[in-house]
Design a protein. Sequence first.
Length: 76
Amino acid sequence: MRCSVETSLEKLPPSAKLVYKTLEYEGECTQKELVEETMLVARTVRYAISRLEEEELIKKQVFFQDARQYLYTVSK
């Protein structure tokens, strides 16, 4: 499993790798938290999230404190 994750990450842009590693280290984060943690602009974080979701490396769930947002986590 770990090998396939690394293979999937290799073909992604640096911003997606940074977002993935941030989620791996921090755990669950909203998009806003990812923008703050990575110091990337919101548009870049959105793009990174979409790429990571395409590769099924992260998953999202509704953030119950604010249903307009999602919580992102690393897929196990």
